[in-house]
Write a protein that binds this ligand. Sequence first.
Ligand SMILES: Cc1ncc(COP(=O)(O)O)c(C=O)c1O
Length: 380
Amino acid sequence: MNFSNRINNIAESMTVQFTPLIQRLRQEGKPVVDFAVGEPEFRTAQPIIDSTRKALEDGHTRYSPVPGLPELRTLIADLYPGCDFENIIVSNGSKQSLFLIFQVLLNPGDEVIIPRPYWVSFAEQVKLAGGIPVFADTIHHQPDVDLISGLVTPRTKAVIINSPNNPTGAVYPEKALKTVLEIAAKHDLYVISDEAYGFFVYDGITSKSLYGLAVDRDRLIVVAGFSKQYSMTGFRIGYVAADKSLVKALGKYQSHLSGNVCTFAQHGALGALSMDRGLLMNQKAGLEKKRDLAWSQVSLWSDCIRPQGAFYIFPDISRLLKPNETDSDFAADLLQKAGVAVVPGEAFGAPGHIRISYAVSENVLTQGFEKISGYMRLYR
Ligand SMILES: Cc1ncc(COP(=O)(O)O)c(C=O)c1O
């Protein structure tokens, strides 16, 4: 079969690399603790379910406007002072939002600067749009602004910021974020701020959307969604907050790609925006405790920078590797011998690490770390 160069040039998402093995082990009756998942274990809250069910019963089962229900766009716009509904487009998860952005902004050969470690889809989506990902290594998981500045060329079109970060859980300080905005302003670059985990910040840090920090927002593109904060990963609702002309162009692309996002799922998102935030705050407090537990456990056998956001921890396991062993080999061995699934750092451009998601129940978290401790004693 002759497939396009476009598809041949990209790699499949490595976060699902071990799914078949996990399934096989479970079929064989071997329990697996899944620390590889990128979603919270919480049930979707009842007001969201009710709102979705009501939408179905009320007949909201047909096409709706391509950029999203006007009432949903308006409520999202309210989160960004100065925006109105025309600054917002709703898409099938923030993953599709990002895809649309690269398709709309990039010409072949345009470069996008991506701090590394990075979320798996950034580089592949840039390539799918004909662009070139340019990686900027971080220092202790924090952006190296001098390096970012030094990587700018006449072909640079955008810089991606993802804070709180997947996979490291790092939260970037205001100073670094402001400097990135200044670099972008100086060179007329877009800043694409992926704030999928914006709600999940700990240690008393208040959430720092780039939207609030930017002086000039013409070239700032904020991407966020309902998946993580509201435990709505399956609903597929993400959005972009940006300049109106860009939002219009994204809508033009989306009109040929998917049309509208599932209409009744958007009603679920309306339910999310009007629900009591107490439940969410409790969930966040619970995750902060799990972060503490994960951090104390991981520190027993690895060098690890303490994460302050999202729900991942990203230990450096390079000292634990045997000669010629990769982090993927390590992850496969851990899964087979201890029954714990993690994601190898290679998936995020950071070999020698593993990503652990601690957004699981307390029971599963304790069990998983007991299994890892046993594995370390026996095999490392
Ligand atoms: C950094 C980051 N951005 C975007 C996404 C996509 O999320 P969704 O498409 O569910 O909104 C994810 C999902 O894991 C992510 O980790």
